[in-house]
Write a protein that binds this ligand. Structure first.
Ligand SMILES: *[C@@H]1O[C@H](CO)[C@@H](O)[C@H](O)[C@H]1NC(C)=O
Length: 122
């Protein structure tokens, strides 16, 4: 596995924020019920934690196994898959996240580990 420097994929572009973004309401089960995921989505920080930068890393993985990668990292509570086989893992911290979907996020998958974090707020 290859690790990247922390990236700011949580920073949603203002164009996506302004038009048609919707909160994710339906989650599908993955990894035999150990993860939940949705398409065309990403996580948005509702309440900023100044420590978040050091809690995010990106690992090469396919869309199918990004949830499994997160499960394999005990501190990982949320994950975001983006094109190019980039699987961003968000380690659990004191921030509050909302999952939003938008057609421009096609190809993205976002998900969370229900045993480690509550369902993202709606
Ligand atoms: C994802 O976005 C694409 C368009 O970019 C759309 O065709 C598709 O229906 C969307 N899927 C869901 C489940 O929203």
């Amino acid at each position: 596995m290859k690790f990247f420097a922390p990236i700011a994929f949580l920073v949603v572009s203002s164009a996506i924020m302004a038009t048609m973004s919707a909160t994710v309401k339906e989650w599908r089960q993955g990894d035999n019920g150990q993860s939940f995921w949705a398409v065309n989505c990403t996580f948005q920080i509702v309440q900023m934690d100044p420590n978040i930068g050091s809690f995010v890393s990106t690992i090469f993985a396919t869309s199918e196994n990004c949830g499994r990668v997160c499960l394999g990292i005990p501190e990982c509570a949320h994950f975001v898959y983006t094109k190019g086989n980039r699987c961003g893992v968000l380690k659990k911290t004191r921030y509050d996240l909302k999952a939003i979907s938008h057609p421009n996020l096609k190809g993205n998958i976002c998900g969370y580990i229900p045993s480690r974090t509550p369902r993202p707020r709606q």
